[in-house]
Design a protein around this ligand. Structure first.
Ligand code: SF4
Ligand code: SF4
Length: 395
């Protein structure tokens, strides 16, 4: 029996038309069929239906995928590529993880198994990393953003206690450790919109998106169950990380329970929630910002227009002309596939520079912390919509 257990109807839905190819960042930089959605689906079909081995070549084809899901909206047959790739990654994790080099297995165990599910440990390690950065002991090739010790020293506080607010703000793992000021900005904007936001209770350490990307579905489900339990009631759950929001909107399918489906229906991206609030007063700044559509907002949540609508009263938003092509961040992709991630990013940076015209230091807005860090590492000034809106509050 094949170790792949993908939904066969989803697997054979691809008619090999190739319309998705121009929307695939890895196909765009390599020109290779095996690095395209169509080629990857053909490889899955060969393993599951044709008896081909799940070998190192198959693993490479799957691992080169950024999981941006840019192929999905382009597909006339509505192929659920994200489901297929998640299933393939799960099977690869089960079947092939012992073949992987030990440094990678150790790094995954430390990062995904030990640290991310324990937020206190992530904060502690981030403090050590921040001190190390001050002492120039952290090599820049690790790709860590500058960690603000001042921000980490003060706890994030929301106007309402857990369970008493009219909306939750989910703060997650890495973003709370490395971009906590963005959460503070989001809380300020939510309060200015007339809401009384609360933070999640205990158990909200991590949404499990990175675990699902890596095929560690057992751990992803465990974390998802804890997140659901951490925000009881029926208040909306606002998420200011596009990747986390996409994962949490998928909890119904991931956990397969009515409670998880009801929770998922409460999840809203920060901008998506904000544009439904009538009472937010913003000051026009007269500034232009270039919008980078995070794939998990654009292709998975299908909520990218809300960023433009939310910013419109205060900023002039400028689009790139690359039809929302991925920036190459993709969770841990830039660490696991540094060459491809950097080639994909080069294209995105070129599209941003072109949109900026003669502005040598454009402000880029991104709703996803991973994309923001990836683009900032290429020298761009990247801000979150919440940061920009907090700057424009009419107070
Ligand atoms: S998810 Fe993204 S990288 Fe993967 S096949 Fe689809 S478009 Fe290409
Ligand atoms: S657009 Fe859809 S049907 Fe056509 S090749 Fe891509 S995945 Fe297959």
């Amino acid at each position: 029996m094949s170790p792949l257990a993908l939904d066969e109807d989803e697997l054979v839905a691809c008619v090999a038309c190739g319309l998705c190819l121009p929307h695939c960042p890895t196909y765009r930089v390599t020109g290779l069929e095996t690095a395209s959605p169509r080629g990857r689906i053909a490889a899955m079909q060969a393993v599951q239906l044709g008896g081909a081995p799940m070998d190192a070549t198959f693993e490479r084809y799957m691992e080169e995928c950024v999981q941006c899901r840019g192929c999905e909206p382009a597909c006339p047959s509505s192929v659920q590529f994200g489901h297929l790739m998640e299933g393939a990654r799960e099977a690869l994790h089960d079947e092939r993880r012992r073949e992987r080099p030990w440094p990678r297995r150790l790094a995954e165990w430390l990062g995904l198994r030990l640290v991310l599910p324990r937020h206190w440990l992530l904060i502690l390690l981030s403090i050590f990393a921040g001190v190390g950065q001050r002492l120039h002991l952290v090599p820049s090739r690790l790709g860590l953003p500058p960690i603000s010790l001042r921000s980490l020293r003060s706890r994030l506080r929301a106007p309402a206690a857990a369970g008493t607010g009219d909306v939750y703000l989910f703060t997650g793992c890495v973003m709370d450790a490395w971009q906590r000021e963005t959460h503070r900005a989001a809380l300020r904007v939510m309060e200015a919109a007339g809401a009384s936001p609360a933070l999640a209770g205990s158990g909200s350490d991590c949404c499990g998106a990175l675990h699902a990307h890596a095929g560690r579905m057992h751990e992803a489900r465990r974390l998802a169950r804890r997140v659901v339990a951490s925000m009881p009631g029926d208040a909306p759950v606002v998420v200011d990380s596009a990747g986390c929001g996409a994962a949490m909107k998928g909890y119904g399918r991931l956990l397969g329970t009515p409670d998880a489906a009801a929770f998922a229906a409460r999840v809203r991206d920060f901008s998506e929630w904000l544009i439904e609030q009538p009472d937010l007063a913003l000051r026009p700044t007269g500034r232009a910002v270039i919008v980078q559509d995070a794939c998990h907002l654009r292709h998975v949540q299908r909520a990218a227009p809300s960023v433009r609508t939310a910013l419109a009263p205060a900023y002039r938003t400028v689009d790139t002309d690359d039809d929302g092509l991925c920036c190459g961040a993709g969770g841990a992709y830039s660490v696991l596939q540094p060459g491809l991630a950097s080639e994909i990013r080069d294209r995105k940076v070129a599209a941003i520079r072109q949109a900026a015209g003669d502005d040598p230091a454009p402000v880029v807005v991104s709703a996803n912390p991973g994309c923001a860090m990836h683009l900032a590492a290429a020298g761009l000034d990247v801000r979150h919509p919440a940061d920009l809106l907090a700057d424009a509050l009419d107070d």
